[in-house]
Design a protein around this ligand. Structure first.
Ligand code: FAD
Length: 549
């Protein structure tokens, strides 16, 4: 019989399982009211209760809310425990108890080696995190407005990092003034993020948010990792999972949030094993949890800005004078959205112009008319997805039709959907509005006719260019800036790059030994999640060979 959500969230370990945990941890007595860990503690233990009861509490406005109570056989913890991030809640003994205590290293070893207990713990940690997110029970309050582009960015950043938060909308929540007064901020400061009820961030960057919420471990510039994976899209996350699970010391550096382009996809329907489709965010979230389970270290909102070093010791600069080092590098920086050249696009980013079509953006345009720009599969998916909730979707393509650029199954859905209007030979002529986009004009390039509509939402799905600018010319690229690898590299290119070895580059190896490229950043890539995942995992097998030399 399928387990209920409560059973998955609060499982009870059997005596045999408890004995296996006890063999690896420390059994100790705890007196009533003793705090096992405090909200905000950077390092927390993992506790299995063997006698008594432990309660998990959250503070809100001076009061204590009970989140959960664990009896014999039950255990503390959620995803932050695996990631080594600060606790979101306080755990306290209700009565005199006996517990088994483990530190994070012992917990990671347990979930990696005892598959039965590992599955129970991982499932409970993930379901607990999902519940915290659903109930907005985190250590962050976001105060913002739908008329402020930064608000969507902050919400997206927290959501993509699976960080629970409560949202207070300036335009809708009646008690917002009391909150603004409490934290000595004004509406002009939005988006505002209050961390742990103590620190107030006005219009924070993603980096400031990551630092304040403790999403990142401290950077150790002196440590020489086995491999640094640059970019946490499907290719980078796959590489991290394989490398970490095969015992390599892996560090991932990600400029923004895990998930990459796939994270902005509303539904991926062609990825093996998900017959009903999976949202890019869900796929990325699972992959991220998997990488954490195997002990990969991850830096969020810390992009690579320069590539340095030589064969056997490479260094990646990540800003603020900090750099990280490794014997091998996997570049999986994918591609960046192409932004239309019209000047007005950046002005309305987040307040009417979007580059992804996920549940979050769709919520902003329920029963409204929207425009989707682009003729590829990502535009088709967005149109079909948005048509579920929007009043009408205008799909604008420059060409005469979709046949050359979009999968047949999507074309059929678009043709059959009553709410989607395909506008061929069309391009945006103007975006107009004040604080928010209010009107869109588009031109038919065959007839010259201009159509003007009061539309407040434009989704740009117009392809992407490779994220290779930060490499500073150190690697051989093709004429469009994608990284060349393996047999695509000519003898001349290898000589120019100073290739120092007798052997030729391995599959996916670039013009520098031990530096690999996988996924959408690679010349000849297939622009598919499955291909990126496959390449990320293949690269790891060659990384082992380089490390063994
Ligand atoms: C809306 C949309 C829908 C899609 N739907 C499908 C689909 O249904 N099926 C399918 O197979 N494919 C789909 N794709 C394509 C698929 O998402 C990509 O092929 C895949 O994500 C490529 O993975 P990647 O890891 O190579 O690169 P990306 O996904 O581009 O990830 C690269 C990562 O690197 C990070 N990064 C960039 N520069 C730096 C830097 N300097 N330092 C550190 N990090 C950096 C980025 O922030 C990003 O997280 C879709 C794409 C989009 C945009």
């Amino acid at each position: 019989m399928a387990k209920s959500n409560a059973e998955r969230m609060f499982p009870v370990l059997t005596p045999a399982q408890i004995a296996r945990v006890a063999a690896r941890g420390r059994v100790r007595a705890v007196t009533a009211a003793e705090v096992l860990f405090e909200s905000g503690d950077a390092t927390t233990g993992f506790f299995v209760v063997t006698e008594g009861q432990v309660e998990v509490i959250r503070h809100s406005g001076g009061a204590e809310d009970l989140v959960a109570a664990y009896g014999p056989g039950q255990f503390t913890g959620e995803m932050n425990m695996l990631a080594g991030r600060p606790a979101l809640v306080r755990a306290r003994a209700r009565v005199d108890c006996e517990v088994i205590e483990m530190d994070r290293g012992q917990l990671l070893a347990l979930v990696q080696t005892d598959s039965e207990i590992g599955e129970i713990l991982m499932r409970a940690f993930i379901v607990r995190r999902v519940e915290l997110i659903a109930q907005g029970l985190g250590d962050a309050i976001v105060i913002g407005s739908n008329h402020c582009g930064g608000t969507l960015r902050v919400k997206e950043f927290l959501t993509r990092n699976a960080h629970p938060y409560a949202y207070v909308d300036l335009d809708r929540d009646s008690d917002v003034q009391a909150l603004l007064d409490q934290f000595h901020v004004t509406a002009a400061d939005v988006p505002i993020v209050v961390c742990r009820g103590e620190i107030v961030l006005r219009r924070p960057s993603n980096r400031q948010l990551a630092d304040c919420l403790g999403l990142n471990e401290a950077v150790d510039s002196a440590q020489l990792h086995d491999v640094i994976v640059v970019g946490a899209g499907p290719a980078g996350l796959a590489a991290a999972v394989y490398a970490a699970s095969e015992g390599l010391d892996v560090l991932i550096v990600e400029a923004n949030s895990p998930g990459g382009q796939a994270g902005s996809s509303s539904k991926i329907e062609n990825y093996l094993g998900f017959p009903t489709g999976i949202s890019g965010q869900a796929l990325a979230g699972r992959a991220f949890a998997q990488a954490e389970k195997f002990g990969a270290h991850i830096l969020i909102a810390r992009g690579a800005i320069q590539f340095n070093g030589e064969h056997t010791r490479y260094a990646i600069e990540i800003g603020d004078g900090e750099s990280v080092q490794a014997r091998t590098i996997l570049i999986a920086t994918g591609a960046e959205y192409r932004r239309p050249l019209l000047e007005s696009f950046p002005r309305f980013e987040g307040v009417g112009v979007y580059y992804g079509a996920t549940f979050m953006e769709a919520q902003q345009c329920v029963n409204d008319e929207v425009v989707v720009i682009g003729g590829g599969n990502s535009a088709g998916q967005a149109a079909v997805f948005l048509a579920q909730t929007a009043k009408r979707v205008y799909l604008l393509v420059r060409s005469a039709g979709l046949a050359q650029t979009m999968s047949r199954y999507l074309i059929r859905r678009i043709e059959e959907h009553p709410a989607i209007v395909l506008c061929t030979h069309s391009e945006i002529a103007a975006l107009e509005g004040e604080a928010h986009l209010e009107r869109v004009r588009w031109r038919n390039t065959s007839t010259g006719e201009v159509e003007s509509r009061d539309i407040r939402h434009v989704f740009v799905m117009a392809g992407a260019k490779p994220a290779t600018g930060w490499l500073g010319g150190r690697l051989a690229l093709d004429d469009k800036g994608f990284i060349k690898t393996g047999t695509e590299l000519s003898k001349e290119e290898l000589i120019d790059a100073g290739w120092p070895l007798l052997r030729a580059p391995f599959l996916l190896e670039t013009s520098l030994p031990g530096v690999f490229a996988a996924g959408d950043v690679r010349a000849g890539n297939l622009k598919r999640v499955a291909a990126a995942v496959g390449e990320g995992s293949i690269a790891v097998s060659f990384i082992h060979r380089v490390l063994a030399d």
